[in-house]
Design a protein around this ligand. Structure first.
Ligand SMILES: NC(=O)c1ccc[n+]([C@@H]2O[C@H](COP(=O)([O-])OP(=O)(O)OC[C@H]3O[C@@H](n4cnc5c(N)ncnc54)[C@H](O)[C@@H]3O)[C@@H](O)[C@H]2O)c1
Length: 285
């Protein structure tokens, strides 16, 4: 066996600035998980080009990052509109020859349609907000990433694309497709120095999913709802995004990580606060 001592593992100069000098684009970067990602990436030295449809959130996040001494620019755009996405890409690439990090984070389950009440219009809406924009934003930035020598793409989809979701199978299908796109793209892009990984969130408090407001009086049940025993926060997602975006994960590509407090792992098993044990047939529902 030959021991090759010359390492080609990318060195990490400063463990507190894991994205120093990199340009990161974050979609939906003004609110919720996207905002936490934008802020954490900026704290780690990235210049963040955040894209959000909501001007107030976009500008507030930009101001927060600048106020904390970071670097950011907000773009107000609808990522389901290819012309708008192309305009943002032109504006970003006019300032920077390439980007090194792309986080496709936008997505929504609303308006929720049960499949039996769904329609071609509702299917198209689920496609646009959960999948189309991932293709669009990736497409407009990919060549610059290749030409610039590589980078990391992080797709935020959902744990619902990684398990059976009865609420809206069309939403689940779009998220599963986003996870497959992640894996498929990764295989071809590795040789260009681009890694592609995904995050499947669950149980994370944001404006879109108000777990706190809808759990009042039942907070003691978190130990039953999530194996880690608590509600998730956008910061929980952002930390995993940082890992996937940075050289900490230099040898990781094509994977989808459930960031879900263990709900996928524990599927079918529930902690019973009354019985003080896991049960697969909870009583009292
Ligand atoms: N929060 C959770 O527990 C959870 C669970 C599963 C999946 N997810 C996924 O995580 C991602 C982020 O979710 P979140 O909970 O932070 O949502 P959120 O609604 O709180 O935040 C989404 C952000 O994206 C922006 N946005 C929405 N539509 C846009 C568009 N067309 N163009 C540009 N910006 C747009 C919004 O203004 C907002 O700032 C989504 O893909 C969502 O499906 C979240």
């Amino acid at each position: 066996m030959t021991d090759d001592l010359s390492s080609n593992v990318p060195p990490i100069e400063d463990w507190n600035r894991l994205l120093d000098g990199r340009v990161a684009v974050v979609t939906g970067g003004g609110g919720g998980i996207g905002r936490a990602i934008s802020e954490l990436f900026a704290r780690h030295g990235a210049h963040v080009e955040l894209i959000d449809i909501d001007p107030d959130s976009a500008r507030a996040t930009e101001a927060e990052i600048l106020g904390a001494g970071g670097s950011a620019r907000a773009h107000i755009a609808d990522v389901t509109d290819f012309a708008a996405v192309s305009e943002v890409a032109a504006a970003v690439l006019a300032e920077h020859p390439a980007i090194q990090v792309l986080v496709n984070n936008v997505g929504d389950y609303r308006p929720l349609h049960r499949f039996r009440e769904s329609s071609p219009e509702s299917w198209t809406a689920m496609y646009d907000i959960n999948l189309f924009h991932m293709f669009a934003v990736t497409r407009v930035f990919l060549e610059s990433m290749i030409d610039g020598g590589g980078g990391s793409i992080v797709n935020v989809h959902s744990v619902e694309g990684m398990r059976g979701y009865p609420g809206d199978p069309v939403y689940g299908a779009m998220k599963a497709a986003a996870a497959a796109f992640t894996t498929d793209l990764a295989v071809g892009m590795g040789r260009h120095g681009i890694r592609v990984n995904g995050i499947g969130p669950d149980l994370t408090q944001t404006a879109q999913v108000d777990y706190i407001g809808t759990s009042v009086g039942h907070e003691h049940l978190w130990e039953a709802w999530a194996p880690v025993g608590r509600l998730g926060r956008p910061e929980d997602q952002a930390r995993v995004a940082l890992f996937l975006a940075s050289d900490l994960s230099a040898f990781v590509t094509g994977h989808n990580v459930p960031v879900d407090g263990g709900t996928r792992a524990g599927g079918g098993w529930f902690w019973s606060p009354a019985e003080r044990r896991f049960v697969n047939r909870p009583k009292g529902l």
